[in-house]
Design a protein around this ligand. Sequence first.
Ligand SMILES: [Zn+2]
Length: 203
Amino acid sequence: MKAEPLVFDGTAFNSVSVVDTLVSARGTGRRWSTQKPLAFWRVFAEMDLSSSFNVEMFAGRYGDPTGALPGQSYLPSWRKVQELLQVPATAWDPVDDRGISHVTVDTTRITLSKSFGISHRAEGELTIWDVNPVIDLKTYNTFHRARSLDAFMLFSAYRQLRDRTPMRRCVECGHWFDASHARARFCSNACNIKASLRRKGEI
Ligand SMILES: [Zn+2]
């Protein structure tokens, strides 16, 4: 099955600091983009949000999920997104002896893990649908575009749950990534390069 693209253009912040849950970022940020779901939503689901280090790392690498930047407390809005993402995360089993985390075969757990989004939609809080279907008028192919980082993470979780995407932790940074390609060991090219520099003793 050819996967439908999920397009997202993000803005990460290279210099983020957190003081008393107030986040501030210097500069206009660094643009990044993807055309497929990414598994880092699970990093966010598992993260200790009270740690400034974690928040700085996440915003520095992926951006601000909820637009709390700059100068507001990130905690209430980030926590809400985290609570949403913790629901689909329950579908994945702990890593097996090959280091891969698979979606469970337990149908009850699957059903529960799929309930994210629905209740929040009813409460009018849903940002997951901040994702639009788009038609490429040259090729007539369709794809989805996420408009915000929280929507991108939620939609990635939904897709990866639907596709039962196996996950692995990057050997360099520890972040989850799609392990459909069994030999992949890094979440990104950047981590691959970092690890090879480390092997050569250059960093
Ligand atoms: Zn990595």
